[in-house]
Write a protein that binds this ligand. Structure first.
Ligand SMILES: *[C@@H]1O[C@H](CO)[C@@H](O)[C@H](O)[C@H]1NC(C)=O
Ligand SMILES: *[C@@H]1O[C@H](CO)[C@@H](O)[C@H](O)[C@H]1NC(C)=O
Ligand SMILES: *[C@@H]1O[C@H](CO)[C@@H](O)[C@H](O)[C@H]1NC(C)=O
Ligand SMILES: *[C@@H]1O[C@H](CO)[C@@H](O)[C@H](O)[C@H]1NC(C)=O
Ligand SMILES: *[C@@H]1O[C@H](CO)[C@@H](O)[C@H](O)[C@H]1NC(C)=O
Ligand SMILES: *[C@@H]1O[C@H](CO)[C@@H](O)[C@H](O)[C@H]1NC(C)=O
Ligand SMILES: *[C@@H]1O[C@H](CO)[C@@H](O)[C@H](O)[C@H]1NC(C)=O
Ligand SMILES: *[C@@H]1O[C@H](CO)[C@@H](O)[C@H](O)[C@H]1NC(C)=O
Ligand SMILES: *[C@@H]1O[C@H](CO)[C@@H](O)[C@H](O)[C@H]1NC(C)=O
Ligand SMILES: *[C@@H]1O[C@H](CO)[C@@H](O)[C@H](O)[C@H]1NC(C)=O
Ligand SMILES: *[C@@H]1O[C@H](CO)[C@@H](O)[C@H](O)[C@H]1NC(C)=O
Ligand SMILES: *[C@@H]1O[C@H](CO)[C@@H](O)[C@H](O)[C@H]1NC(C)=O
Length: 772
């Protein structure tokens, strides 16, 4: 213990020297001190005061708790091995059944007859709230159909601080507003079907290396972020999910300011349960509990997948007063109230879960979700280059198809638990696992089938009368050419990522060479890139023979159909990049993976010294020209933007929300009040019906704040020639900064800049709002 402590202070001392300027501090002794979590105790005891549904649920929960013994209460706070990925303890005497918890955020993992939806990063690229809601609702239907009580998603941790982060694809976007919109809509969609959503991982789960303690090495990495950054960036998207009613939240594996998130009282008791008024329960990540008494008192409510440090030890701890019975009752109440508030006591199906040893009647929960999956797949496909009218394809007669990503994997797909896919280069070994439809690890989905790009292209070519023709070579890096008569050469490559490791580079040589080798002899080369996130394209983007490039994301089971609807022009692309594509990896600046696997640090430290300045906020501040900016994407049509109109909705513009107004689930109610409406007219000036995605960015009058931050977007369908007026509502939260002294959201006095554009850099109109 003693050795540890002095090691920590040594590390902290060393870091301070290099880090303090980045924080804007000139006096080193005023530097915020890492390694200290402001203590927030005790855990707020909830009672459902947020609304009448929660109140009724809490009343029922407490009347049950009144009948429970100490052992029975302790029993429901822990996991047991059982049917599901997670199973809470039951109380047979009182008819309290185990709750079934299951992955994944983009489709139920490891089950038969379930759908594989596009990944989080793909739904974010649609910039479409309605699709986000439908996505959540369809997922909810499947979870419910399988009798799963608790869905482990959606994901906003990672947010995407590190460009190479291994789980960024499970999350939505490196922009907290876009991520928040998705978190809110997906949570609402899931819970409208009666399933408990579990926004995760709370918080700062931004890298995979050393995310957990490593035997013989030391503790997990510590994500060290300041209070303002935590609020305005990382906790921000969770606010939307909690506002939408999320009844559960999962903690992260990492340490935050050197205190594990599952026992971090500032995060759980403070931000989540006080500021955000969270009525639900906090569940640990699997084996992500590291102490018993400390985690109970810091606000953890349920440990998975077993007893962890609780079980009989928690009983003892309550008996000897280390954990109060009030705290234990609150843990149980939060879980039971979540169950009641979602109506799961009324006719919830029993779990119908795959087992390798037991044949059973598998419930088919796919419904007609495949059409929604195909629609989202197309809507999240981003066209970033299109010259010489390469796309859409016009009645092509002869196409060449290249690359390992065009086809499903040649290796068997029989393992029910996980679908591989993707070209793996991270560890130096190379395998061709076929087209990428989902990522790896617990966030991966389990497709019932995979429509590959090649299959869907064949369907198109054979639907013509007479049929067209195809030539292909999937696995060669320098394919033998059949170019001469071809209308186009389509090259399919991908970038895979998985839980438990981070990517090392944002490109790979084999795929880059493949593109250039095809382009060397084919003057109409179209690149399709399935990618778990940022992928650099400098090796070939300026090659004049590369005429079109699609960032086709992580599209799920209907991959090929989504793609061909864009290639053949039925769908005009409207996907927008939910991250910045740089010209070189170093352009992303300081946020990097702390590679604990090569470091012998017992306490690896990851300082979020860049604060608010990740992704486009960083590129804007440093005036770095990206290859493709955040929010960018081309269309087959063209649009014109009118002038901005601003209307003051007459809301309260006090600097701070009224402290007399009670906090409810989602935080102070005023934060969500619309204060201004910003309108703009939009005309489709091109030849075909198409969606456009106008985006609103705000400049807040506060020093040290990113010059532009996304605060509105809308995906708008416009017929050729049609004009529509788009209205964005700006809430108090949209205009506020987190005041670290006041510990509250603050609206500044001064002039706010408003710009509307077709990306974060292509501004079409602007206006100002003056708050006196
Ligand atoms: C730096 O801050 C410390 C603590 O606030 C203060 O005592 C000291 O005078 C400051 N030094 C300078 C040079 O301003
Ligand atoms: C982490 O430390 C920073 C710097 O002292 C502080 O601003 C922030 O509130 C802390 N957050 C947590 C969750 O400990
Ligand atoms: C319910 O909880 C809220 C928030 O913690 C608190 O302000 C209120 O006094 C509680 N009401 C009752 C009846 O306990
Ligand atoms: C605790 O939960 C387990 C698993 O559901 C169950 O078998 C056991 O009977 C429960 N214990 C009590 C005391 O209810
Ligand atoms: C109590 O915790 C210890 C580890 O600290 C563990 O070995 C033991 O199994 C736990 N006991 C119960 C009853 O869970
Ligand atoms: C109370 O019980 C817990 C769990 O057995 C134990 O870890 C702790 O040391 C005990 N505390 C006291 C003061 O006896
Ligand atoms: C890719 O396929 C190889 C066998 O061809 C297998 O060993 C490997 O685990 C697969 N990778 C993934 C990520 O599925
Ligand atoms: C971490 O270091 C190891 C050993 O050098 C290396 O193999 C691995 O690729 C590195 N990981 C990252 C994410 O940089
Ligand atoms: C291009 O085509 C020529 C003639 O067919 C062939 O010799 C050459 O190898 C091809 N180049 C590449 C890079 O495939
Ligand atoms: C483009 O393709 C043509 C063949 O169609 C070839 O002659 C030319 O060298 C290619 N250019 C590049 C830059 O690869
Ligand atoms: C403001 O815009 C919202 C849509 O974002 C709309 O529902 C509301 O009616 C508008 N309010 C006014 C006063 O125009
Ligand atoms: C706002 O619009 C004016 C007039 O078109 C233009 O000169 C100015 O550069 C714009 N400002 C921003 C921040 O886009």
């Amino acid at each position: 213990m003693k050795v540890y402590r002095s090691l920590v202070s040594l590390l902290l001392a060393l870091e301070s020297c290099s880090a303090y300027n980045a924080w804007g501090y000139t006096n080193q002794s005023e530097l915020p001190y890492y390694g200290q979590v402001p203590p927030v105790y005790p855990t707020p005891v909830r009672n459902g005061s947020s609304n009448s549904e929660w109140a009724a649920a809490y009343t029922r929960a407490y009347s049950l708790i009144a009948q429970m013994t100490l052992e029975e209460k302790v029993n429901v706070t822990r996991g047991f091995t059982g049917t599901c990925v997670g199973n809470s303890g039951s109380v047979p005497r009182l008819g309290i059944n185990p709750l079934c918890l299951a992955d994944a955020p983009d489709g139920i993992r490891g089950q038969e007859f379930v759908s594989s939806f596009p990944a989080g990063i793909h739904i974010a690229a649609t910039f479409d709230r309605d699709l986000m809601y439908q996505y959540g609702a369809a997922l909810g239907e499947e979870y419910r159909g399988k009798g799963i009580n608790i869905a482990l998603g959606p994901v906003a941790g990672p947010l995407g601080r590190v460009a190479t982060g291994g789980r960024n694809w499970e999350g939505l976007s490196a922009d907290p507003y876009l991520a928040g919109a998705g978190m809110g809509m997906i949570t609402k969609g899931i819970q409208d079907k009666g399933v408990i959503a579990t926004p995760k991982h709370f918080l700062l789960n931004e890298q995979e290396w050393r995310r957990r303690p490593t035997l013989g090495l030391g503790e997990a990495v510590s994500s060290n972020a300041d209070d303002r950054t935590i609020h305005e960036m990382y906790a921000f998207p969770f606010m939307d999910a909690i506002k939408a009613g999320a009844a559960s939240v999962m903690s992260s594996y990492q340490r935050i300011n050197n205190s594990y998130s599952s026992q971090n009282s500032k995060l759980l008791n403070g931000i989540l349960k006080t500021e955000l008024g969270f009525e639900g329960f906090v569940v640990s990540d699997w084996d992500g509990q590291y102490t018993g008494i400390a985690s109970a008192n810091a606000g953890l409510d349920l440990v998975m997948p077993d007893a962890g440090f609780w079980g009989g030890n928690l009983t003892d701890a309550v008996r000897n007063g280390s954990v109060s019975e009030v705290r234990l009752n609150d843990m149980v109440a939060r879980q039971l109230a979540a169950f009641y508030v979602l109506g799961q006591d009324r006719s919830y199906p029993p779990p119908s879960i795959y087992s390798s040893t037991q044949k059973h009647l598998a419930v088919n929960v796919q419904s007609n979700h495949k059409s929604l999956i195909a629609e989202i797949g197309a809507a999240g496909t981003v066209l970033v280059k299109n010259v010489n009218n390469a796309l859409p394809l016009r009645n092509p007669q002869f196409l060449n198809i290249y690359g390992y990503d065009a086809q499903t994997s040649p290796s068997p797909w029989s393992n029910p638990s996980r679908y591989g896919g993707g070209y793996e280069v991270n560890f130096g070994w190379k395998t061709f696992n076929g087209t990428l439809v989902t990522g790896g690890g617990s966030g991966g989905s389990t497709p019932p089938y995979v429509v590959s790009p090649f299959q869907a292209i064949q369907e198109r070519m054979t639907a013509q009368n007479p049929p067209g023709m195809l030539r292909w070579d999937f696995y060669s890096g320098n394919p033998s050419p059949a170019y001469v008569n071809a209308d186009a050469c389509l090259v399919f490559i991908n970038a895979y990522a998985s839980e438990s490791f981070d990517r090392v580079i944002l490109t790979d040589e084999f795929s880059d060479d493949l593109v250039n080798n095809v382009a060397a002899n084919c003057s109409n080369t179209i690149v399709v890139l399935h990618s778990t996130g940022i992928r650099l394209v400098e090796a070939w983007i300026d090659n004049p023979n590369v005429t079109a490039v699609l960032f086709a994301g992580v599209p799920g089971q209907e991959s090929g159909h989504s793609l061909t609807s864009v290639l053949w022009g039925e769908v005009s692309p409207s996907g927008r990049l939910p991250y910045t594509v740089a010209k070189q990896q170093s352009d992303y600046g300081s946020p990097e993976v702390v590679n604990g696997s090569v470091s012998l640090d017992a306490f690896p430290q990851s300082n979020f010294a860049e604060g608010l300045f990740i992704d486009y906020r960083h590129f804007d501040r440093e005036s770095i020209t990206p290859r493709f900016e955040f929010g960018f994407g081309l269309s087959y049509s063209t649009f014109s933007y009118g002038k901005i109109g601003v209307s003051d909705l007459g809301g309260n513009l006090n600097e701070f929300p009224d402290p007399q107004v009670p906090i409810v689930q989602g935080g102070h109610p005023w934060l969500w009040q619309a204060l201004y409406n910003v309108s703009i007219s939009l005309t489709n000036t091109g030849p075909q019906d198409a969606h456009e995605v106008p985006q609103l960015y705000v400049t807040v009058p506060e020093p040290g704040t990113p010059v532009r931050q996304l605060r509105g977007f809308e995906r708008v369908l416009l017929k050729a020639g049609e004009t529509k007026t788009v209205v964005f509502s700006l809430t108090r939260r949209d205009l506020s900064v987190w005041g670290v002294v006041a510990q509250d959201w603050k609206i500044n006095r001064g002039t706010y800049g408003i710009v509307v554009g077709s990306s974060s850099r292509n501004m079409k109109a602007n206006a100002t709002i003056h708050i006196a």
